[in-house]
Design a protein around this ligand. Sequence first.
Ligand SMILES: *Cc1c(COP(=O)(O)O)cnc(C)c1O
Length: 250
Amino acid sequence: MAHQDSISSRLAAIRQRIDDSAQRAGRAAGSVTLLPVSKTFGEAPIREAVAAGVRRLGENKAQEIRSKFEPLADCGIDWVMIGNLQTNKAKDIARMASEIQSLDRLDLAVALERRLQHEGRAIDALVQIKTSTEPTKYGLPPDELLPFLRQVARDMPTLRIRGLMTLAINLHDQDAVRACFRTLRVLRDRMREEAVDGVEMERLSMGMSGDFEIAIEEGSTEVRIGTAIFGGRIYNDDYYWPETETPPVK
Ligand SMILES: *Cc1c(COP(=O)(O)O)cnc(C)c1O
């Protein structure tokens, strides 16, 4: 029996809550994927998660994926980049990530394409959309998405677009959070109708520890959960955004 506060028991509890929310929303259990987010957590907790069946992990800094990649190579983890990425770090993501969910601008797409060509790899990508008016938010403005998709599909064959991602940071106003998620789903549906050649629009990555149940009600196909699995981090929410320094890895 897993200790009641172990990573494996928290994973099981989160998986249950995800399935319960899906069913409450009239969706099939199993229709929402869990992406555990291991940022700031080191080898030991990650190996615990792997032992509990996790094979895909989200990180929000390229340098953190780089520092975990070799020591955990035996685990066969698929690393998923979910944080704002500087163009000059595209090389690390092209070499080590299986996917990026934070593709939010053209110069980044160009840099990734060049590095991925060099590596002889292609990766899945979600376009991160700015769905709130908060000034610090990253993400492509919704009205720029269609031309962006057309250009990536035409010029960047190493980036396989699979859907959209967003982050609702206004955690204390549930209506505002819900509005962000709804904006993303409506946008996804519109883009599906546009049917851009070479672009798939199935996935909606939205929802974190504090708001994933709302996200599932609004159509999320994938929730990114850190705190509720790995425990609290030692810094505040500023760290969702990359201006702050890398905190020490626990
Ligand atoms: C950290 C992070 C998450 C997970 O947040 P929690 O509140 O710890 O569940 C999700 N998405 C992104 C982009 C993140 O940086």
